[in-house]
Design a protein around this ligand. Sequence first.
Ligand SMILES: NC(=O)C1=CN([C@@H]2O[C@H](COP(=O)(O)OP(=O)(O)OC[C@H]3O[C@@H](n4cnc5c(N)ncnc54)[C@H](O)[C@@H]3O)[C@@H](O)[C@H]2O)[C@H](O)CC1
Ligand SMILES: [K+]
Length: 518
Amino acid sequence: MSTGHPSVDARAGHGAPARLSPHALLSPAQMGVADRAAPAAGVSGARLMEAAGAAVARAIRERWAPTPAWVLCGPGNNGGDGFVAARRLRDAGWPVRVFLWGERGALRGDAARAAEAWAGPVEAAMPACLDGAGLIVDALLGAGLSRAPAGDLRTLIDAVNAAVAPVCAIDVPTGLDGASGRCPGAAVRADLTVTFCRRKPGHLLLPGRALCGALICADIGMPDAALGAIVPAAHANHPDLWAALFPWPRSDGHKYRRGHALVVGGERMLGASRLACLAAARIGAGLVTLATPPAAWAIQAGALTSVMVEALPPDGALDQALADPRRNALLIGPGLGRAPQAGRQVLDLLTAGRPCVLDADALSVFAARPAALLDALHGLCVLTPHEGEFARLFGPAPGAGDDATPGTEDDKLRRARAAARRGGAVVVLKGADTVIAAPDGRCVINDNAPPTLATAGSGDVLAGCVAGLLAAGMPAFEAACAAVWLHGLAADRLGPGLLAEDLPGALPGALAVLAGMD
Ligand SMILES: NC(=O)C1=CN([C@@H]2O[C@H](COP(=O)(O)OP(=O)(O)OC[C@H]3O[C@@H](n4cnc5c(N)ncnc54)[C@H](O)[C@@H]3O)[C@@H](O)[C@H]2O)[C@H](O)CC1
Ligand SMILES: [K+]
């Protein structure tokens, strides 16, 4: 399957292996495939482990002044990285102790050799051993997590979390499933996580992201040939993925060429549709029209200046509003309400076959008959549900207590991807770790949204951003990724205290940052 991202699919030259995008996210299983392929491409496992441990020691020395470092090693290669990091820190003059969880004789291969090379005392890991640590290095488990930590291991994890010393996790905090971001039991809370080669979805998805602390992805010399055949589990949202398709105004353009977004509003929560209209205009639509029930016309027309406001007929029929084909992108949902005519309006917009954003009540109004909506969607549609709206259409998320098997990707990625495939539309599953999925399997995780975006009306602004970019001519999946990224950046630039109404005005600053990234 093609990822569809030019930066991912591009070939480096005649016969040269594909260069995997730096924004690619690999599941632990995919990373394991690359590890096993590396020797045939000329890089041994031992060399990768040495580079990994060295990168950890370097990251630690850059962040912390010398302090007693207690390294907790587990039974696999994550523990092997820990032995290398311990040796490198000791060689740099740090006081280091190594504690092994498991039998020394059970270490195998590169990990056993790394333990030999440490050539120092190896003590048994137990909770009390953490006393006196100035820094704890978590090398207990990494990509090999196969079940929920229990027994001794769980006690050790709890002790790490109770210790006052800061924690540096190697690859992933022990207990975190790198594929999904879920923790099937206890997990280490780290201040710094050093991962290798490419980030994993679990570093960006919650709750995983919150457990990692600062994240460094170190280059350990993985050969391109070992990565070439891998189709990434997802990508981290970044302009590299969509900037080439961003619809910047052209010097020979006029407002009609920049597109005309039609927003269909409701009778209550009038501010919601106004926020969406302003965002659509700010992000790039040449014209924006708000079509509103007659009862709300005077209020909306009085509150909006650059946005045109027109009254719908009393029965809410949209044929007049849709008559002009230059209204090339449609948005319905913010402040729509759940009256019976709302559902009909949504289906009428979909019948028009134009790029279309469905948000909020445009989704929830189909809670009792999701198939009526899902069967009517088409490839130019973008759905922007939060978890509650998503669950009404596609079923509930697995509960926090569910014991998903690590590595099975039973998470936001899987759910968003399945929903996009079912609807044949782009799905933006919102949250602090928004996932954008396309029907062809492409999936992007966004990680630039500050927590201040959790405020009333910010979703209406996002829906307007997507509609504005669709109107300006951007394809649906890229428009959704760009809108989510710009929305997050605009919020970040505003800082604490932001209200949703501040966001449209902050979009020019975010756009200027994007323009400067060329
Ligand atoms: N390219 C790279 O990223 C490189 C990564 N390296 C490091 O290798 C580990 C992965 O090593 P692996 O041996 O496959 O797995 P672990 O070390 O995580 O542990 C496997 C070990 O643990 C047991 N186990 C798993 N879950 C549990 C549990 N819940 N309770 C008890 N025991 C458990 C399992 O049975 C195995 O015995 C990666 O993370 C990197 O740190 C390489 O060093 C270099 C290349
Ligand atoms: K770890």
